[in-house]
Design a protein around this ligand. Structure first.
Ligand code: ADP
Ligand code: MG
Length: 376
């Protein structure tokens, strides 16, 4: 952990990152590409903060601007109280002066070096005394659980171990902030899950400001304290993983994160916190929102886990729909299915023991507290 001596007490440095009206255009084959479009963002200190968005939305560009590998066209970046970039004030601090650690998508560790030399490299370039380097490397390797691997050639490590070497190298110089650009995308699914959990525990113990970039919503939800969703060079929503998953009112966000059924409709009435929506599958009652007014065209979002299979007897009431099972796949802990209600196909899920099969007519109930209104 980075510490500052204040009035005789060691206190952690709180490195918030503030980004103001950041713009970055690229020019390629005579065309202008706006990679960052007026980005305003406060990245909280000592939290795991994730930028989530589809490929090409500007995540890497934003990270590279924070690190100093890319120069924005306009705007301002502050790390802690220090302005590291300002177009107006003509300030540009080079990457080595920003004291940030970075872990890239490709492991970017040097294959011709052993583990020790890979991790020691950032300290050697700073010409620290040998003993100090050895101590710091040993401590960092212990932290990432690679003590004893010092002499191992980098090429003789598994993918997960290589990623931990990359993490150790980013941490060894005690950065104030650590940034990750899709660091797990080259690992296979099982290792990715393991490494994700490890990374979360490493970062929580460090109390460091971590900025994590991914297009993978599961990674974003499971790893982060806060998530910002990016689209076309803009931050379009920010919140806790819970907020982003359950409370977004934006169609793009609901659709991008998790599995979501999105049904177009029109608000018929609004009363006591509930909205009644006319849709292609029938009348849906859902949680209302402030902006919901009768006559407005909206969409309803219902996630598969909140669609409940009813027994034949329970086939009446609001938000109950009858449909035909189009497909059903056993995936272990659940069965994932598709059901056709009138002309609309929706995803749903049932217990692995549920006795239904393709072609069956079934009754389903949408939990109204988990039906939400989306604005387009
Ligand atoms: P992401 O990391 O979210 O996939 P990037 O930040 O890499 O997105 O890219 C954002 C946009 O900027 C994309 O349209 C990409 O093609 C473009 N871009 C990024 N870097 C360059 C570059 N050096 N030259 C031209 N276009 C670029
Ligand atoms: Mg990228």
């Amino acid at each position: 952990m980075s510490l500052y001596l204040v009035f005789g007490l060691w206190v952690p440095i709180l490195m918030e990152i503030r980004i103001r009206k950041l713009n970055k255009d690229f020019f390629s084959e005579g065309k202008r590409i706006t990679a960052l479009d007026q980005v305003n963002l406060n990245i909280p200190a000592n939290r795991i903060f994730t930028l989530l968005g589809p490929s090409g939305c500007g995540k890497t560009t934003l990270l590279r601007c924070i690190v100093g590998l890319e120069t924005p066209d306009k705007g301002e970046i502050l790390i802690g109280d220090e302005i590291v970039f300002s177009q107006e004030k003509n300030i540009y601090l080079p990457p080595e002066k920003r004291r940030l650690g970075m872990v890239f998508q490709t492991y970017a560790i040097w294959p011709h070096m052993n583990v020790f030399d890979n991790v020691a490299y950032p300290l050697q370039t700073r010409k620290l005394p040998k003993k100090e380097i050895a101590d710091k490397v040993a401590e960092t390797l212990r932290f990432v659980q690679l003590a004893g691997f010092e002499k191992r050639p980098a090429t003789k490590l598994s993918g997960g171990q290589q990623q931990r070497v990359a993490l150790a190298r980013a941490l060894v110089a005690e950065p104030k902030v650590i940034l990750f650009d899709e660091p797990l995308s080259n690992l296979d699914a099982k290792l990715r899950e393991e490494t994700r959990k490890e990374l979360r525990s490493f970062l929580s113990r460090l109390s460091i400001t971590a900025v994590y970039v991914t297009h993978d919503q599961i990674e974003a939800l499971s790893l982060s304290d806060m998530v910002a969703v990016m689209r076309n060079g803009r931050i379009i929503e920010m919140g806790t993983p819970w907020d982003i998953y359950f409370n977004s009112d934006q169609r793009f966000v609901a659709d991008f994160i998790g599995r979501a059924n999105i049904i177009d409709g029109k608000i018929r009435s609004v009363e006591k916190g509930w909205a009644v929506i006319e849709s292609a599958i029938g009348t849906i009652v859902c949680q209302s929102r402030d902006e919901a007014v009768p006559g407005k065209s909206v969409s309803v979002c219902i996630r598969p886990e909140f669609i409940k299979l009813l027994t034949e007897a329970g086939g009446e009431g609001r938000n109950v729909f009858r449909g035909k099972v189009e497909s059903l796949v056993f995936v272990g802990d659940i069965q994932e299915g598709e059901v056709r209600i009138k002309e609309t196909t929706l995803s749903f899920q049932v217990e692995p023991t549920a006795k239904i099969k393709e072609g069956d007519l079934i009754n389903l109930r949408f939990d109204p507290t988990h039906c939400s209104i989306l604005f387009n």
